[in-house]
Design a protein around this ligand. Sequence first.
Ligand code: NAD
Length: 292
Amino acid sequence: MRTAIVTGAASGIGRGYAVALAEEGYYVLVTDVDEAGAKAVAEELNRVGSGRAEALYLDVTDAQAVAAAVHRVKAEHGRLDMMFNNAGVFVGGPVEEITLEHWRIACEVMVMGVVNGVDAAYKVMVEQGFGSIVNTASMAGLTPFAFMAPYNMAKHAVVGLTMALRGEAGAHGVRVACVCPIAINTNLLTHVNGGLGGVPEGDFVGSLYERFGHYARYIPNFILMSPEVHGRKVLRAAERNRAYVIEPWYGRQVWWLSRLAPTAPARIGGVASRGVRAARPLIAKLADRLTA
Ligand SMILES: NC(=O)c1ccc[n+]([C@@H]2O[C@H](COP(=O)([O-])OP(=O)(O)OC[C@H]3O[C@@H](n4cnc5c(N)ncnc54)[C@H](O)[C@@H]3O)[C@@H](O)[C@H]2O)c1
């Protein structure tokens, strides 16, 4: 039976990958720091999928635990076919209002979390002569957005490491893909600045992301894609050895435009930043009214 490990699989995009894998008959190790959530997903997969699933508490910042999970799958099943380094948190806000802790968490979870998964899985895959690593970056890893600097930094690192690894990995029979979603309907924006005790006081933009995140369910699928649809697309793309997977469709236009005019995102950010500052009281009032 083909096997896969998914990090951050209790929710959103990671759960979507796990669903797609189970539908295709994979054994899936569903991992997350949300142990109860991971168990619920594994139980769901064992009811509906043709594959098999198990849950595991796994913090991607713990390199030893990530390596142990990889070696467990290899030892128990004789192979590791796919590793999805996906766990992430949304860390954002105006740079003058965030703290060093925001930057540190972005690096630990989204950069070192991916590095830990790559380090453990790649070595096993090189030895067995096959395998596929899928790293979840973001459109924010291809183009910068104002008020998301720590997140942008981490996701640019993920794109860089993924593409460098892809160059090396082919010679060993290992495939590497970079997923750069722009808007998938998940819980990401309802837990802004995760692990920092919520949105710090005065983090105006962070609190706006969080409050508007609750409206996601009203946005149609072609704009805010469902994680299941996204998961199936990513699995198909990884099987075809695609380098980048960018969904929904308009993400590909955003990337194309940002390569055509590389400084445009920063200029747009400047306008947005001045606009948000000028209209801050008005936006706060509107947000209060909408989310009351
Ligand atoms: N939703 C989007 O539109 C979007 C866009 C671009 C990129 N992404 C990326 O997709 C990935 C998944 O996010 P999502 O949108 O599904 O959000 P989500 O909040 O629904 O899921 C993230 C999962 O990661 C887990 N997690 C957080 N820290 C962890 C840690 N240290 N170890 C293990 N698990 C941890 C959470 O418990 C959660 O279950 C993230 O890397 C995110 O940056 C999402």
